[in-house]
Design a protein around this ligand. Structure first.
Ligand SMILES: Cc1cc2nc3c(=O)[nH]c(=O)nc-3n(C[C@H](O)[C@H](O)[C@H](O)COP(=O)(O)OP(=O)(O)OC[C@H]3O[C@@H](n4cnc5c(N)ncnc54)[C@H](O)[C@@H]3O)c2cc1C
Ligand code: SF4
Length: 829
């Protein structure tokens, strides 16, 4: 039987996605021919930004190579632009003289960049940012010239500017609106974004109009003249002021177009033989410029081209993520400001975290996230599904984890997602596809999933979710990458050990220096590598390296632990758990003064003031007049003690004194992960020392030292390291052990994980057998601790303005009441 002939005009993301869907539902229905004006196979246009920034290579962004077309019997004409469609004869004609008849025609011609109506946009050196050719031209220009101007501070303009900056250019962004990305962000999020980008070196002229692009003496672009007559030098100008549907060819052949080719809910144009998808269409008056809606259209279009005839496209809720590595920003749905819309906001200027949720009629209708986008998929889903918020409202701003559940929460969340949930936005891969591939092809590793589904193989932001899916499907059989070869993160191929060695051997003294020397793929690292680098530098160069608060995790930035309701907990240092009436009175007064809702004795024998508002933190610290307990840090936290021989009938050693001395000796020491210690006065072990990172147990003839214990999710009993006679020796062994851990463990390794990897024998060799080495390690620990100030005292003295928080509680008194009653009913920790 003769197959029908389908011709696609446009070899881009929407067109080829439609063909992929069509091959799935009706593989034998058509003989398919594709015309593509670009000379390349179908590639991931989204990833041109990382290519420009030097984070990806061109070859890596190809979605379907030439062989794919051949394998599926598709005739591709690359570099062949269709110039005419004869609808009566049902023939298309291309600029290079080809003719092809069709039974069905698919328009997928994308869009074209808008050129602002100012003189000079046709000068050499003035580019747009749309395809591989543009990107290549920008890369070449960046290699030869210094000054660039990007006109347009939207998503595309900022990604272009960031890429050119990464290639060493001085970049100025000229933007007409009062703030950046004004269509996706509100003024607050945009201000945080602008600050982050300025810190990287970008320059912005907002509320500013370019009047003319001026040529230099050689007839190339030389400057951009502004409305006030000022000139910004520019050897490269990128126009990024917007796009418009590429419907010129459709108009020329008489198809009905408005702003784009008009289609109905089946993606059919006014001509029943012609369909259209992608950025070139106008559906219910809307043209979309992001891939997620285009992929939905592709599915519906394939359903009708494949003669199934039941799917309908009714429009999309779009969400946006800026692809500038190291800046987490997300926006979905409405920005607020409408009549009847409520807003819940949380702003932590110091921590550079902002969240805004827009609600209307018990539904979430939009969200803007800056700095912490972990819950973006969840908010997106709530918006898309129009889920009633009801009871969730009080905790909504705190994200999905605040809803409860513990333990394997990630896997449970991943398992609960619907099959059509899009996990990988870059490649449009849904959960169902990943799970099917894992099951049917027997996949066990992240690399396998990447190879078979393309999920997580592009920008990598969905890697965590893909890993959770793997774990939820294959359980214990999930094989994470071998830890010894695991790079620090997606920004580099170097392992933790290699990075630490380079920092030491090549005397790298700052994060930018380390990134440059190690040829990091991203200009500024990411949320995974920056805290690790900050720690490695701190550990390698105590006293020389200046701690970078912006590279710390959120609790460490605030010097307090954020709680479910957005308030903080304050735990002052109480050495060895021994306090005084005066200290207790002071704590009680502070608790009353700041209406602290819960005062709790912790598992580590400290006092926790729970429910302190962020803006009160510096005053609370000042009024307490006690050092920080570091309960929030990857650092030495507490030394738990029993009463010991001073009071206890069974005690054989003074564990309390030992605990106090240990805690004083280890105070303010940063470590790869949290470290807890315990000291017991006899083997009855009332301080539970043998589930601590370091446990010291008194015996008749001295002290036994145990290491690598852990009381967490997976309890680990500490292993015997050594027996010593004197308290000073116990101090030296403990300090040396922790310094070895500090110097050799990977960031976020607990002591137990590290010992599992290197072996207890190794630790014994370094600490017990090598007395010289032990003393040297201990000396380095003491050196590292010297001159480290108490962070609370420092903040109090500096009067930091960053502890200014506008929360839902401030804005909405009713929310405040609800949150307070929630806090009262919180279970004890
Ligand atoms: C730098 C950049 C970054 C982006 N980042 C994101 C992002 O982070 N997230 C997101 O969702 N979206 C992003 N986008 C947008 C996304 O890439 C587009 O929405 C998507 O590519 C549109 O798909 P399309 O098939 O409609 O058009 P295209 O992918 O542009 O494909 C259209 C193709 O048709 C060809 N064509 C046009 N006319 C003819 C003709 N007459 N004959 C033959 N061929 C023709 C064109 O050459 C082109 O190859 C980005 C876009 C760019 C440029
Ligand atoms: S561990 Fe021994 S010394 Fe300490 S309280 Fe218990 S019994 Fe007493």
């Amino acid at each position: 039987m003769r197959r029908m002939k389908l011709v696609a005009i446009g070899n881009g993301m929407a067109g080829i996605r439609t063909l992929e869907e069509l091959l799935r539902v009706a593989p034998d229905l058509y003989e398919i021919t594709v015309f593509g004006a670009e000379p390349h196979p179908n590639y991931n246009r989204i990833l041109l930004s990382p290519v420009l920034a030097g984070e990806q290579r061109f070859e890596a962004i190809v979605l379907n190579d030439f062989r794919w077309y051949a394998d599926h019997g598709i005739t591709l004409h690359p570099g062949s632009k269709v110039t005419c469609v004869d609808r009566q004869a049902r023939v298309v004609v291309s600029a290079d003289g080809r003719q092809e008849s069709y039974d069905r025609l698919l328009f997928a011609t994308g869009s074209v960049p808008i050129r602002p109506p100012i003189p000079g946009t046709d000068l050499p050196g003035v580019l747009t940012f749309r395809d591989i050719a543009d990107t290549q031209a920008m890369i070449e220009a960046a290699a030869r010239h210094k000054d660039a101007v990007v006109i347009g501070g939207g998503l595309l303009g900022l990604e272009a500017a960031n890429g050119l900056l990464a290639r060493g250019m001085n970049v100025t962004v000229i933007h007409l609106a009062p703030w950046l990305m004004e269509r996706q962000l509100d003024a607050t999020a945009a201000a945080l974004l602008q600050t982050s980008l300025e810190q990287r070196g970008l320059r912005f002229l907002l509320n500013t109009q370019a009047r003319e692009i001026v040529a230099d003496d050689a007839g190339r672009v030389g400057a951009v003249r502004l409305n006030d007559g000022a000139e910004v030098p520019a050897a490269l100008v990128v126009l990024a002021v917007g796009i418009r549907p590429n419907d010129e060819l459709a108009r020329a052949c008489g198809l009905h177009c408005e702003r784009g080719i008009v289609v109905d809910d089946t993606m059919m144009t006014y001509d029943p033989r012609i369909y259209a998808v992608g950025e070139c269409i106008s559906h219910r008056g809307i043209s979309y410029g992001l891939v997620a809606p285009l992929f939905e259209q592709a599915k519906v279009c394939a359903n009708h081209l494949g003669h199934l005839g039941f799917a309908r496209y009714t429009g999309s809720t779009v969400s946006t993520k800026l692809k500038v590595t190291g800046i987490d920003i997300f926006s979905a749905g409405h920005l607020g400001g409408d009549d009847g819309a409520d807003e819940i906001t949380l702003l932590d200027r110091g921590g550079a975290v902002y969240k805004k949720l827009v609600l209307k009629a018990d539904r979430l209708i939009g969200s803007v996230l800056f700095g912490d986008t972990a819950d973006s998929s969840w908010y997106s889903r709530l918006v898309k599904d129009e889920t009633p918020i009801g009871e969730l409202r009080g905790r909504l701003i705190l994200g999905q984890p605040a809803l409860g559940s513990s333990g394997h929460q990630g896997e449970q969340n991943a398992a609960a997602l619907p099959d059509d949930f899009e996990v990988c936005g870059c490649n449009g891969v849904c959960k169902g596809t990943i799970v099917r591939a894992i099951k049917e092809k027997g996949l066990f590793t992240l690399d396998d999933v990447r190879k078979h589904t393309k999920a997580s193989s592009s920008c990598g932001s969905c890697t965590g979710l893909v890993e959770q899916l793997l774990a939820s499907v294959v359980g214990g059989a999930y094989q994470p990458r071998s830890a010894s070869q695991t790079p620090v993160c997606e920004c580099t191929d170097y392992t933790h050990e290699e990075v630490r060695r380079a920092i030491r051997d090549h005397e790298l003294l700052s994060i930018p220096e380390a990134l440059r020397f190690l040829e990091w793929r991203t200009p500024n690292g990411c949320a995974t590598c920056r805290p690790a680098l900050n720690y490695y530098l701190l550990c390698a160069w105590p006293g020389t390296y200046r701690d970078d608060p912006q590279s710390r995790l959120v609790n460490e930035r605030a010097h307090a632990n954020i709680q479910r309701d957005g308030t903080y907990s304050v735990v002052p240092r109480i050495y060895g758990g021994v306090t005084t009436p005066a200290q207790l009175r002071q704590i009680a007064e502070v608790a009353e003064k700041y209406a602290v809702p819960t005062v709790k004795i912790t598992g580590g024998q400290r006092i926790d003031l729970l429910g302190v508002r962020k803006e009160d933190l510096p005053r609370v610290w000042a009024d307490l007049g006690m050092p920080s307990g570091f309960a929030y840090g990857k650092s030495v936290r507490t030394v738990k003690t029993c009463v010991g021989s001073e009071w206890c009938r069974f005690g054989v050693q003074d564990s309390t004194r030992m605990g106090i001395e240990l805690e004083q000796g280890l105070d303010r020491v940063w470590t790869p992960h949290k470290v807890k210690l315990g000291v017991s006065g006899c083997p009855r072990n009332c301080a539970e020392s043998t589930i601590k990172d370091v446990g010291v147990v008194g015996v008749d003839s001295g002290w036994e030292i145990y290491v690598g214990g852990n009381g967490g999710t997976k309890a680990e009993v500490a292993q015997f390291l050594a027996k010593v006679a004197l308290p000073a020796e116990a101090m030296e062994y403990t300090g040396a052990f922790l310094q070895l851990y500090r110097e050799e463990a990977r960031y976020l390794d607990r002591t137990s994980h590290w010992i599992h990897r290197v072996g207890l024998d190794y630790v014994k060799r370094r600490i017990v057998a090598d007395a010289e080495g032990r003393k040297a390690l201990y000396a380095r620990l003491t050196e590292a601790q010297r001159d480290v100030p108490d962070p609370w005292a420092l903040r109090v003295a500096r009067r930091d303005p960053e502890f200014e928080t506008i929360s839902a509680r401030d804005r909405y008194p009713s929310e405040r009441n609800r949150n307070e009653s929630m806090a009262e009913s919180l279970p004890a920790r």
